[in-house]
Design a protein around this ligand. Structure first.
Ligand code: AHR
Length: 647
């Protein structure tokens, strides 16, 4: 009898522990319907930095080429493969009969007869009524008559077509046609056809929709997803993409500017694909400006994953960075500023932040190289803020910096617990830039609710520590579903569809935080599965002041929350207050092309909005209470937000 009793209790304990680790619950969740108090003091607070929440764009997962950059042609100069290996024509296809392909030193393609087709990046999305500009460089010893068509994936029907006819193209000649699509096909291709026997050389073949974001070449729908989360900065263009597996394959800004036809392109050997670099340094700066986000330029510091330049020979890299700053900020008659002006932007870009390398702190030459960059940049541009790759959150840096980079990819329970990561970090020295964070691995899959909630908990911790953490960005931002190099990501797309993962939606809950006022918000609970914050912010759209309370319930039980807002006058909450909840029936739920809004914020009117109110928090949920206040009833310590009304 005694034996059985003992065995049973061991069994029961094991079962309970098993459940908890599966759902990341804590002992407190075992009490069903616990009541928790949240006390918000609306009469005191401190400003959150204007810069707090931004985005990190990396050329990974075909996020840029075949992604936000609207170019439909892949390998438009037949240069994929680079200078050191025979160039290749892929993904171009040519009909098998009577057609030959020659890609030679000058790297162009020869059409003898019949046709070339290109499916672009996993099919071109051609939409009825939209106009596409096709540019082709041609050369031929004889006259030409080439049809340029957008067709469905098997060549029929033809969605749009035009002819290029010329009797003299003995020298390279640029030809442009506008094609208006008469039908829609998400997997279209561009087809070049001739029925005349002869030799025609092609080079730099481009097809772009005319309608792009602010006319600057970006896919509208994808950039609008970014606009919607109101990023305060863009860190670009990587990540590992900046480093390269080998230095010779790293992104180098000088090869990504000027007329697109003259850019050599390069093979990114970390994420293993070719980019024509139509999306180059200038375009990143332009995108930052168009989104009203501060550019943060990450440049190569003479270090890749596998090779490094010694500090004694790093000066060409330093000069390259200084030239890059002149390109962005120099007068339009300066050497590099004039190149920018010739590209259509005579005014300087507002570049004030640079990061010296990416994740290179432990590399042999990092400190030596870093100091060369630091001294040269501070000398030429004293106002530029410099970000070090070395983490200064647990000990002081041994070199000067304005910010230190902090990257974290981990499990859901660990990231959620990191809500306290910066609570005890030294407040002197450089500020923290959490430039990459995400839940990864089995907790995240390709973008689960569980991952998103852990990230929300972490972000609430960053809001509370925003006196030391001045910037944070989720990573990676985009994935083309045809080339998943990294899971999960914030925004998933293919040629014609896109959706936000739950992690994307979490970003939206935080878009008003930058520049808002952080209020004192205390949770009275023993549970370690609940975190909350409160801010006030003023909408530039309706001029109203909102009090936003966010609570993450990271446990598997419903929670009854009693909210008390102190420091508000009587009747100071107006009708129109709302509650927004991100949750789902299963914590591992994800969105998909077929069910893009399975896990998405659910907005409802908050009928009982008051200084004291009871709210039910669903299990595994993020809840935002957006209380519309009578502005003069709330004391606003220096809040200055240009954000828009809430979700
Ligand atoms: O975000 C994906 C990668 O993770 C980045 O390129 C790199 O900085 C980090 O290791």
């Amino acid at each position: 009898m005694g034996f059985w009793k003992a065995s049973c209790s061991v069994l029961l304990v094991c079962f309970f522990v098993g459940l908890c680790s599966m759902y990341q619950c804590s002992a407190a969740e075992a009490d069903a319907n616990q009541t928790v108090n949240l006390i918000v003091n609306a009469s005191s607070g401190r400003p959150i930095p204007e810069t707090l929440f931004g985005i990190f764009f990396e050329e990974i997962n075909h996020a840029g080429a075949g992604g936000i950059w609207a170019e439909l042609v892949s390998n438009r100069g037949f240069e994929a493969g680079g200078q050191n290996t025979p160039s290749n024509i892929a993904p171009w296809l040519h009909s098998e009969c009577m057609c030959s392909v020659t890609v030679r030193e000058i790297i162009s393609a020869q059409l003898v007869e019949l046709e070339y087709t290109i499916p672009g990046f996993w099919g071109m999305n051609i939409e009825q009524g939209k106009t596409y500009k096709v540019v082709i460089y041609v050369r031929s010893p004889g006259s030409i008559n080439v049809s340029v068509s957008l067709t469905s994936s098997d060549g029929s029907p033809i969605l749009a077509t035009a002819n290029i006819v010329d009797s003299d193209v003995s020298n390279w000649t640029k030809k442009e046609v506008l094609l208006e699509a008469k039908g829609t096909n998400h997997k279209s291709r561009l087809q070049l056809t001739t029925s005349r026997k002869g030799v025609i050389w092609f080079d730099q073949v481009s097809a772009m929709p005319l309608d792009t974001y602010k006319g600057h070449g970006f896919q509208k729908e994808l950039i609008e997803m970014l606009e919607d989360i109101k990023p305060q900065f863009i860190r670009f263009p990587g990540g590992c993409f900046v480093e390269g597996e080998w230095l010779r394959n790293a992104f180098r800004w000088k090869e990504s500017i000027g007329p697109w036809e003259e850019r050599p392109g390069h093979f990114g050997d970390v994420w293993m694909y070719w980019t024509d670099d139509g999306l180059g340094y200038f375009e990143f700066l332009q995108l930052s400006e168009d989104l009203g986000a501060r550019p943060i330029w990450v440049f190569n510091n003479g270090i890749s994953h596998r090779d490094e330049v010694d500090t004694t020979t790093v000066s060409p890299f330093v000069q390259e960075a200084i030239d890059g700053l002149e390109f962005a900020r120099g007068a339009s008659d300066s050497k590099w500023g004039s190149v920018r002006a010739a590209m259509g932007h005579p005014e300087p870009f507002d570049l004030k932040y640079v990061a010296v390398g990416n994740e290179d702190c432990r590399k042999k030459n990092y400190r030596g190289n870093y100091l060369e960059f630091y001294d040269a940049i501070k000398h030429a541009y004293p106002d530029i803020k410099i970000i070090s790759n070395c983490d200064g959150s647990s000990h002081s840096l041994d070199h000067p910096a304005d910010y230190y980079d902090f990257h974290i990819y981990t499990s859901a329970s660990h990231l959620f617990s990191m809500t306290h990561q910066f609570d005890h970090t030294s407040r002197s020295g450089p500020k923290a830039f959490v430039s990459e964070y995400a839940v990864t691995g089995k907790d995240a899959g390709t973008g689960s609710l569980l991952a998103a909630l852990a990230e929300a908990g972490f972000l609430i911790g960053l809001e509370k520590n925003s006196d030391i953490v001045e910037m944070a960005s989720y990573a990676p931002l985009f994935v083309n579903a045809n080339d998943r190099r990294w899971n999960p990501d914030a925004i998933v797309f293919n040629s014609s569809m896109h959706y936000g993962t739950p992690s994307y939606w979490v970003q939206k809950f935080f878009r008003e935080s930058s520049g808002a006022t952080l209020l004192d918000a205390k949770l009275q609970t023993n549970s370690s599965s609940l975190v909350a914050s409160a801010i006030t912010w003023t909408s530039s759209v309706d001029g109203e002041t909102y009090l936003k309370i966010k609570i993450v319930n990271f446990g598997n039980r419903q929670v009854s929350l009693k909210v008390s807002v102190d420091g508000l006058g009587l009747n100071s909450l107006l009708s129109g207050s709302t509650k927004t909840v991100l949750t789902s029936s299963n914590v591992m739920d994800e969105n998909s092309f077929t069910d893009p809004n399975k896990v998405a914020p659910d907005l409802s009117l908050l009928e009982n909005a008051d200084r004291d109110m009871n709210i039910i928090l669903s299990p595994y949920s993020l809840t935002s209470l957006d209380l519309l206040t009578e502005s003069n009833n709330i004391r606003m310590p220096q809040a200055n937000s240009s954000a828009r009304p809430s979700i």
